[in-house]
Design a protein around this ligand. Sequence first.
Ligand SMILES: [Zn+2]
Length: 463
Amino acid sequence: MLLFNPIRSTQESVLKFHSRKGADKYIMSESSGNKVKCDLYIHNIASLVTCANPSKKPKAGAELLDAGEIKNGAVLTAGDKIIKAGPAAEIEKYISDNKISPARRIDAGGKTVMPGFVDPHTHMVFSGSRENEFAMRVEGKSYIEILNAGGGILNTLKSMRTISEDDLYRESGERVLTAFMHGTTSMEIKSGYGLDFDAEIKTLKVCRRLTQESPCTIEATFLGAHAIPPDYKNRRREYIDLMINKVLPYVAEHKLARFNDVFVEEGVFTAEEGFEILEAGKKLGLIPKVHADEITCCGGAELAAKTGAISADHLLMASERGLEMMKKSGVIAVALPGTLYSLLSKNYLDFERLMKIGVAAALATDANPGSNMCINMQTAINQAVCLMRVPPAAALNMATINAAHAIGIADRTGSIEEGKQADLILIDGASYNYIAYSYGVNHVKYVIKNGVPYQVESALRKL
Ligand SMILES: [Zn+2]
């Protein structure tokens, strides 16, 4: 059986994706009677980047600049958990003291091991692509001109309403698998391209299937308030009522999403409407998130703080007051530099400002067909470093532990610490700085998810 059964793409024939069985077999040291189990011993790691924060809180200010690097490290895992990580000498002593014989060894070859990436903001479940409108944008066409030519969100909406659940699953699953091969071991996925009852629920059902059948950890977000669809153009109130009274209760009842997101922006949803939708979700147990202040300053950051959102994302135009309110309420700021890059922006979120205010920051791709067709967190790191001037160590924290906090999974993953899920990646570089420095290729050689190692191979095959 294939690792990820429904996917039969050309990608699979080019990049072999191995599920190495045996992670369920524990090796016990019989001679000593010791019960220390170990499935995997990763050694010869030049740079072990833990991204751990002793306080267990999201990293902010100076903490962001420390990636928790251990030079010459090693990691032991058993089952789906990390049982020991630290300096090689310490781990070797632990192995010998406890007479451990690991079931499998991975020689990191003097390279870097770090936590698997967590992508805390994606719209990964969608159908079709919109490269033609991207080309129009590059030519200088306005958003309205693109819309009139059949582009924009309506383009995706049409295909989302007609595609079958199985086809949507296959199309999105390929994307999730590609992200996994590029080191993303956990991600958030939003609905918000269907914008009616059936298509929104279909999207979230696909998210659920991906959670169950892909190797990735997936947290789903309901984003019914992504836009007012054309069929509700003059019935705005009716659309909001539909979301609040019909779709949200169904999503909550069937546990189809953990988060509830709103796109608060001029011409989309007002902060007041956002408040109403987020509070309605809270009553049903959904945690708020906000697409905040992306194009204009319209109270998104303040709304996130007021509703106790777990994160506010975009924030290019956020007010000083809004960011300060976010810091006080513990809302995480999610930077999406790839979106601004793809929208040909000259401005990027001011990282220095986030540092000064002390708001915790995370990093995401915003993978979506309209404004950033990129699923690769390595690219997001390069963009954060080059375009936002984020120091590489901070970018790694933002792409792992803080990203895990932004989707409520930091107790399980996002850092290399004893007891956490063994979600690790081996990077083909002797220092973590390599990830941002060398861009445009996949640096991930191994992905270890829940203790199961996958080797990412690329081979040139002469035909
Ligand atoms: Zn988004």
